[in-house]
Design a binder for this molecule. Structure first.
Ligand SMILES: [Zn+2]
Length: 455
């Protein structure tokens, strides 16, 4: 399964049609939610009258099919305009509702990992992201490679060429399962979920190992002679422009719902330009990350990165802006699927593996190495090396360990973690410094290992 996503250049009338479909999806969602809630309330009330369980109004089914059936009975009454939109619009709203209800129910019964899921809420027009999904009907790419056709909505122009997906479909190695259209920061996108037959590939250097140290100052530093990847200057420039644009918007008369004040035309303009800049900055960042991960996955047989606790680090406010910019989590996600595509292997070192504090020449671990010290100096063998480079070398050395089979490993982001000898001690030290409760909260996605450390 692979998604192909294209920005759309829509005309005003096409945009109205898309918004109408997204609104229809939302209407069906809200109607279904009201229907389910009314049924729950009815049964609850009947219970308070002392009715036995089997005499209650029957519970409505929460399945997508049942909801659709109910909707088709009710639509003439609640949405007399239903024929204006594709039936897929209503189906997509009800599918979302069925998923939301199932998530809530599974979370309540402890069958779902992660944070507790709230009972679904109504979607407000001003808050919901306009989105609609098509799974059947006329979904196709046009031959000119610059247009896509969707049911009822019609043919829309894509901003870029659809060449890659078009070729796959023509060659029979790709099949479109669904198309989702959504508006993000003022721009429409279509995303095709496709089934793809992927050719078996081998990296250019199957035996080569590379350690990658991800950082804030430099996006990536490598264990071999590959040049460092800087956080691009373009990105820094965009960030400055973004600050200016935000300031400009905040000086204008913005909307205030409590006071019932509509935004001024000048604020609208400033806000639109801020959104445009945001989008542009995000795309530049994405582009840089994709280029990095693609080139690594195509070349190396084994890539080693660190398991950075991104959620925990983002709470450190001084680091957070720079970190979310670098998007470590995204780099890891991309490396995981791209190494799988290219026949390589991704190894993720344990979060507590002291890659920065270990000497890459003699293996002695320093007790401490504050972030501002950029050079690693070894007291026992005299090695002097750039801090990040030293860390990258340690990560690469870890791969040799794992491949030789002397340690458990963690591949493609899931499973047990790599932790050779001394790492456990370091974890304990860190715990006593920051306090137990804090560690537990920051690392909550990883209960197994934390319990381990607390022992
Ligand atoms: Zn040393």
């Amino acid at each position: 399964m692979q998604a192909f996503r294209y920005a759309l250049d829509v005309t005003p009338s096409q945009e109205r049609r898309l918004l109408r479909h997204a609104g229809a999806a939302r209407a069906a969602y809200n109607w279904g939610l009201a229907h389910v809630r009314a049924n729950l309330a009815q049964r609850e009330a009947e219970r308070t009258y002392g009715l036995p369980e089997d005499a209650l109004t029957p519970a409505t089914s929460w399945s997508m099919y049942a909801l659709r059936k109910e909707w088709n009975k009710a639509k003439h009454r609640v949405a007399p305009w239903w024929a204006e939109c594709s039936k897929e619009a209503y189906a997509s709203g009800l599918t979302q509702l069925a998923a939301a209800l199932a998530n809530w129910s599974r979370s309540r019964h402890g069958d779902r990992a992660g944070r507790r899921v709230e009972f679904p809420r109504f979607k407000a027009k001003r808050r919901a992201v306009p989105s609609v999904r098509f799974t059947t009907g006329a979904i196709r790419l046009e031959d000119g490679r610059h247009h896509v056709t969707l049911p009822v909505v019609g043919t829309l122009r894509t901003h870029e060429s659809t060449r890659k997906l078009h070729r796959r479909i023509a060659a029979g190695t790709g099949r479109i399962l669904s198309a989702t259209v959504r508006r993000e920061t003022g721009r429409w996108f279509v995303s095709f979920t496709c089934e793809v037959d992927r050719a078996v590939r081998v990296p250019a250097r199957p035996a080569a190992i590379i350690g990658v140290d991800l950082g804030v100052k430099k996006l990536a530093v490598f264990s071999d002679d590959r040049p460092d990847v800087e956080n691009t200057r373009r990105l820094k420039k965009s960030a400055r422009r973004l600050r200016i644009a935000s300031r400009r918007a905040s000086r204008r008369q913005g909307p205030d719902r409590r006071a019932g004040r509509a935004p001024s035309a000048r604020w609208r303009r400033a806000d639109a330009s801020r959104a445009r800049l945001h989008r542009r900055t995000a795309f530049q960042r994405k582009d840089a990350i994709h280029k990095l991960t693609t080139s690594l996955a195509r070349e190396y047989g084994v890539i080693v990165i660190e398991d950075l606790n991104v959620a925990g680090m983002l709470r450190n406010r001084r680091l957070s802006a720079a970190l979310s910019d670098a998007a470590f989590g995204e780099i890891r996600r991309q490396l995981a699927y791209k190494t799988a595509w290219n026949g390589g292997r991704l190894i993720i070192a344990d979060r507590w593996y002291p890659s920065s504090k270990t000497c890459s020449a003699c293996g002695v671990v320093k007790p401490k190495l504050p972030l501002h010290i950029r050079t690693f100096t070894c007291d026992s063998c005299g090695l002097v090396l750039d801090r990040d480079r030293n860390a990258a070398l340690n990560l690469a050395a870890l791969a040799k360990h794992v491949i030789a089979g002397s340690g458990p490993e963690m591949e493609n982001g899931r499973g047990a973690a790599v932790r050779p000898g001394r790492a456990g001690q370091v974890a304990e030290k860190r715990q006593s410094r920051t306090g137990r409760r804090r560690i537990r909260r920051e690392s909550s996605p990883d209960n197994g290992r934390i319990a381990d450390i607390e022992k």
